[in-house]
Design a protein around this ligand. Structure first.
Ligand SMILES: [Zn+2]
Length: 83
């Protein structure tokens, strides 16, 4: 399976600003030295699907991802341990 190498990135946790959602999610922000400039970027919430602005140090290259992905992985691991 071929995969395109990704540039270095940092994972940032952001929270949906809508009071009826407030879903925590993560975005991958490119990690560069010397070029970073803080700025607003718009992402679409993984839960409610509304657009909102996040303040990040550089370009978002991937995401957002729901944080419940980790929970899902943990559940699978538990299930493998205790089938
Ligand atoms: Zn939301």
């Amino acid at each position: 399976m071929a995969s395109t190498p990704k540039p270095n990135y940092v994972v940032m946790t952001v929270e949906c600003p809508y009071p009826d959602c407030q879903e925590k999610q993560t975005v991958h922000v490119i990690a560069r030295t010397g070029f970073g400039q803080m700025g607003d970027q718009t992402i679409k919430c993984v839960k409610c699907g509304k657009d909102f602005d996040v303040l990040v140090p550089d370009k978002i290259i991937d995401g957002p991802f729901g944080t419940n992905l980790k929970q899902a992985v943990a559940i699978v691991k538990d299930w493998v341990k205790n089938p």
